[in-house]
Design a binder for this molecule. Sequence first.
Ligand code: ADP
Length: 456
Amino acid sequence: MTRTIFRNTFLVGVSVLVLCAGLFFGMQYTQIQDETYAALQQEAVYAEQGLLMGGIPYLRALNNENRITWIDAAGTVLYDNDFPLPMPSQNEMPEVRQALTSGEGKGIRRSESSGEVTMYYSLRCEDGSVLRLGRSLRAVQDALLAVSPVLWVLMLVLIISGVLAFRVANQIVRPINEMDLEHPEITPYPELSPLVDKIQEQKLTILEEAEQREAIRREFSANVSHELKTPLTSISGFAELMAEGVVQGDKVQEFGRDIYQESQRLIALINDIIRLSQLDEQNVEPLWESLDLYELAGSVLDSLRPAADRRNIVLNLAGAPAIISGVYPLVSEMVYNLCDNAIKYNHPGGLVTVTVSQQEGRVVLAVADTGIGISPEHQKRVFERFYRVDKSHSREVGGTGLGLSIVKHGAQFHGAVVQLESVLEKGTTVMLKFPASSEVTDILMAVDDQQVKENV
Ligand code: ADP
């Protein structure tokens, strides 16, 4: 910033100086030119008088630094103090022609005899001849050099303006550099208040975000502890009874089954928690590959078929192969959770249909069931961690309350959109809309830069 301010200020200074110097020397040049013409004219008038009285000897006797040429009306050179005669006819020279027609003539041109750029002044004498005086332009330039000390002054001004620009740039930037970011409001410069306000605003947002994250984290930890405690308490209770020998005969098997079920729940819960924290931390090195969602859905349904058969639920796969870019274990888990829910919250003898299709360039996977449905007030919240419409029913069917959170998080990770439609007692359809494969590269880069902050 200092450099930019310095450069700009200095550039303005230099431009002004160059402009001033140009104007000054331009004016000087014109003035010296005018003075030279005036001097030549004066001399021409004197020379004419002398010539009338003394003829060529007078001109010869003149010790003049200027060139003097006397030309008769026909253009023949009668005298020239710089060049030997005879000389070529001069009446075609512009200043001579001008003098012959209007009495006097002037102009700047390269002399044919000397080759030097020369200022000429010509005067028509009474007898019709022309007296021409010339002075080399170099003399004019020499006169201009006489004012060159001004150049040194300008250089000095340039250096001073450089130093000033540097100091100004530093003075502007110093208050910003010296600003206490912990207390930006303490600034003696009211001009900085928009910046200060912005910093304050951002600080507040960051603080709020951090607090929100911390609150979610604390709530999650509390929930996790609670969720882990319930099955562990049951296991501990069953085991205690068995250890005390209270449980006899067939009951031993029953208690063993209960302990097994509760430990399965614990394992499922811990697996879900691990998956969610991996997604939160983004510390897994995901292996992105091209996946056929249709094929993946087929294998998920195969793995769930025994559970579906137990409740007489029919599983259907519809649609056609469709390729997405994704992380196989994660997509597989998302589809598994959706199908698992469609079975768990279905009526016995119900139907689960998984459809894979392409819609407007997106690959869509829809899991539809004919189950108990979700009422509108719960529909938004089911994606929250540990949120269950009916806690005891979820427990009964082995739910952890984390399945849909993983689906939502996984969808964000893949740049996919989740949509839920449900009618109580009619059924639920959850759709995952994946972006076209080429879009995934952009999403991947964005995910790399910015972790998914939103917690579900
Ligand atoms: P859970 O492990 O309890 O199934 P989820 O996060 O997968 O947890 O789902 C949260 C809640 O949403 C469930 O407890 C259930 O009440 C409701 N839910 C999810 N899917 C369905 C569905 N297909 N039909 C009816 N209710 C559902």
